[in-house]
Write a protein that binds this ligand. Structure first.
Ligand SMILES: Nc1nc2c(c(=O)[nH]1)N[C@H]1C(S)=C(S)[C@@H](COP(=O)(O)OP(=O)(O)OC[C@H]3O[C@@H](n4cnc5c(=O)[nH]c(N)nc54)[C@H](O)[C@@H]3O)O[C@H]1N2
Ligand SMILES: Nc1nc2c(c(=O)[nH]1)N[C@H]1C(S)=C(S)[C@@H](COP(=O)(O)OP(=O)(O)OC[C@H]3O[C@@H](n4cnc5c(=O)[nH]c(N)nc54)[C@H](O)[C@@H]3O)O[C@H]1N2
Ligand code: SF4
Ligand SMILES: [Mo]
Length: 692
């Protein structure tokens, strides 16, 4: 007889931003079942499919289990198993060699979507090593909304779905399928059951769009115009919150004058959304008290993300929805260790001046390097040579715009080390590969440092296989070899203790509590004003000139020209089953979504002679790939929506698992970048298609 199932409480992670409370059933060091925890703060018992099958990530026979060293040419797929001592020793030696020759800043430290506490240990490693260059995907993920939030409001306004809203305006995101954290979608549905209205802005009829009271199916790439059209209606029709605007905003007159040109008729021509629908949606949003604006990635997958996020900030402000329960709030952290202290920011006081981004005049508040500029440094030595890369929790060859350039950069570096749980296309280009312990196999803290005012416990439940180590342990050991060991911990788990100590808790006690949330504080501006130069919400930026920013948001145009050669507009959306490029090897997930699917309208399919299930070549000015046709009227006839993140774990290892074949980022480019954050255009590209 096996032992009884033991149920452990934890929080889901590393399948999106994480956060759903889970009950995990364990038998003989094996996870046998996962279900939603009814007491979960973000999910109230709900889970999604990938959360329920998340233990399957751990058990694939090809999972990395031992440190590996490249023996063939880089990328050739020939490896030798080595010991941890050798792997760490060789990595340290190479990083120090580069530091000696070119300086510490010639080593880039890479992360992807923040997955857990190791994200901040990596920043600490860079800081202690002396490199100002942490390369992350923030340019396309959250930095635009966070940083324009800080410039405009003095804080990052997040949708408060925990207090009743009269209306939720979901803009360029799909909270029922992909979303920021946990089953936020379930909170949206709960609000709707209690009477909240829903408006969705998306060119596709997504799960959430299908449930909306109003769905604005805009032409891709025209979102900033639509936001300005909303402002036009609200200001022209005096639907704004007069008291708030008078007392707490700066530049209202200028904004009012500025948006006069964005009449619903003008905006309708640009966006294809009927003028009456724009009026109706703007009036509904303005009349609802309170209303929460739930932002999605579409707002930042554009070179014009600064204008886009600024205009949405202005919308929240003029309607009086900032810092009110059920609106967009300043999420205060619980009493935990501050980020600066954790990452030892004090050790690198000149970071802002020395980082690669400074040369490109990126908004100084963005403290990570946009991948486009990292590769420029590697390939062109601009602004200085960068020769080494340590990456974890990231798969740049697939996830960064313009994969060809990434390939060249990886090939050209003097040294590359990658930590992952599987041999990815990027890991295949490394010199040393570290096998990592994953969710359920290590103690971890979720949501630290992402500005949503909460942290979640993710305790260890089972032992990792082979010789897998948690990233934190790897970096703690590597840190001791490349920098003074007194700056590191005897045991890496002290990092977890550090985070929760200010709350008067040990990590163990934190696990018993489950999560910590900061205090709900609304309208704190009544006492202290807003933390902006004028102390008010800056509808017009008072220090625009100093930062070389536009004072007022505008619609500049489509990010790419549509012409007769490339007549269709290509967009993308993340998969509800996968996380970006991850987990194509998990069988239960792959069965649900075996191929990269490209959505094509039935009329377009007929015009191009394409049937459901056909191979389709998608070509942009930058490259071409093949995906599988899914014929659907959820997109407009001139729009096609392709899948992102594809590579084939079952593919040829010596070709890095066919990362060129279906990978969306073969179609994107970094020639044109947003000047504020270095953001490339990921949605709304012009393309052509043909049967493959
Ligand atoms: N064209 C296009 N490009 C995009 C996007 C898009 O929508 N379109 N989205 C962008 C966005 S928003 C983001 S956030 C980025 C995401 O970019 P990434 O973060 O690079 O992508 P992921 O696939 O989430 O994760 C990369 C790797 O992390 C590994 N991993 C998972 N858990 C662990 C762990 O515990 N430790 C270690 N060491 N590795 C782990 C996975 O196996 C995977 O190989 O991509 C961006 N790129
Ligand atoms: N299942 C799953 N969940 C995830 C992730 C994942 O990979 N898989 N990734 C996580 C991460 S890191 C992030 S950042 C979030 C992002 O989650 P979302 O914000 O939902 O991001 P996306 O799926 O990239 O894009 C959202 C929507 O933008 C729409 N869209 C495309 N082009 C345009 C346009 O021109 N204008 C407008 N208004 N909309 C457009 C698409 O149809 C799509 O529905 O999700 C997180 N959660
Ligand atoms: S929504 Fe995200 S956090 Fe929740 S169960 Fe699914 S993958 Fe996990
Ligand atoms: Mo993201």
């Amino acid at each position: 007889m096996g032992e009884e199932i033991r149920w452990v409480k934890t929080h889901c992670a590393r399948m999106d931003h994480g956060g759903c409370g889970l009950l995990v059933g364990v038998e003989n060091n094996q996870i046998v079942q996962i279900k939603g925890d009814p007491q979960g703060y973000l999910n109230h018992g709900y889970t999604c499919f990938k959360g329920r099958v998340s233990a399957d990530r751990l058990s694939h026979p090809d999972r990395l289990k031992y440190p590996l060293k490249r023996i063939g040419e880089r990328g050739e797929g020939k490896w030798q198993r080595i010991s941890w001592d050798e792997a760490l020793g060789e990595t340290a030696e190479n990083l120090l060699k580069i530091k000696d020759k070119y300086g510490a800043k010639a080593v880039g430290f890479g992360v992807g979507m923040p997955k857990g506490l190791e994200h901040f240990v990596l920043i600490r490693l860079a800081n202690i090593f002396g490199s100002p260059n942490v390369i992350a995907s923030q340019d396309v993920c959250h930095a635009p909304r966070e940083i324009t939030g800080v410039h405009t409001c003095g804080f990052y306004p997040v949708a408060d779905l925990h207090n009743p809203s009269s209306l939720i305006l979901c803009w360029g995101g799909n909270a029922l399928s992909t979303n920021e954290e946990g089953q936020l979608g379930s909170l949206v549905l709960e609000q709707m059951k209690k009477g909240a209205k829903l408006i969705v802005v998306d060119p596709r009829r997504t799960e959430i769009a299908a449930r909306a009271d109003l769905w604005l199916q805009l032409k891709p790439g025209t979102g900033p115009a639509l936001a300005l059209g909303f402002l036009n209606v609200i200001l022209e029709e005096s639907l704004y919150d007069q008291e708030f605007v008078e007392n707490f905003t700066y530049g209202f007159e200028e904004l009012s004058q500025h948006v006069k040109r964005y009449t619903p008729e003008v905006v309708s021509e640009i966006t294809l959304v009927p003028a009456e629908l724009i009026r109706q949606a703007a009036r509904m949003y303005a009349a609802a008290k309170p209303a929460a604006l739930l932002w999605g990635n579409a707002i930042e997958h554009s070179i014009y993300t600064f204008d886009y996020t600024r205009s949405l900030n202005c919308l929240m402000a003029v309607t009086g929805n900032l810092e009110v329960p059920g609106g967009n709030v300043n999420a205060h952290d619980p009493k935990i260790m501050g980020l600066g202290e954790f990452v030892r920011a004090d050790l690198i006081p000149t970071k802002a001046k020395e980082m690669i981004s400074a040369h490109h005049r990126i908004i100084p508040r963005l403290m990570t390097i946009a991948p486009a500029y990292f590769r420029k440094a590697v390939l062109e030595g601009i602004p200085y040579p960068v020769r080494g890369y340590y990456g974890m929790c990231t798969n740049p060859l697939v996830n960064w715009a313009d994969s060809r350039v990434t390939y060249e950069a990886l090939k050209s570096l003097d040294f590359v080390a990658i930590a992952d749980l599987f041999m990815t296309p990027t890991a295949a280009m490394a010199d040393i590969v570290f096998p990592v312990a994953h969710q359920y196999e290590m103690n971890d803290i979720g949501h630290y440092g992402i500005g949503h005012g909460m942290v979640f416990a993710r305790p260890k439940i089972v032992e990792p296989p082979g010789e897998c180590w948690p990233d934190m342990k790897i970096m703690n050991a590597l840190g001791k070899r490349v920098s003074p060991s007194e700056l590191w911990k005897e045991d890496y788990e002290e990092f977890l203790e550090d985070v929760v100590r200010p709350a008067g808790l040990s990590y163990k006690e934190f696990v018993t509590k489950g999560y910590l949330k900061g205090p709900d504080r609304f309208k704190s501006y009544l006492e202290k004003g807003f933390r902006t130069p004028t102390g008010k919400i800056e509808l017009m930026l008072s220090v625009a000139e100093k930062f070389k920013l536009k004072p007022l948001p505008e619609f500049v145009g489509q990010p790419e020209e549509i012409d007769s050669e490339y007549p269709l507009i290509l967009i993308s959306a993340k998969s509800r089953d996968y996380l970006h490029s991850s987990y194509r090897w998990v069988e239960k997930i792959r069965q649900r979504e075996p191929h990269p699917f490209v959505e094509i309208h039935p009329d377009t399919a007929v015009a191009y002679g394409i049937s459901d299930g056909d191979s389709v070549i998608i070509k942009t000015r930058h490259g071409e790939i093949v995906q599988v046709a899914r014929i659907t009227d959820s997109v407009l006839p001139q729009v096609v929506c392709a899948a992102i993140g594809w590579w084939f774990p079952e593919g040829d290892a010596s070709q890095q698992f066919e990362w060129r074949k279906s990978n969306f980022n073969m179609l994107t480019s970094i020639e044109k970048l947003g000047k504020e954050f270095g953001t490339p255009n990921l949605k709304s590209l012009s393309c052509q298609i043909r049967k493959g």
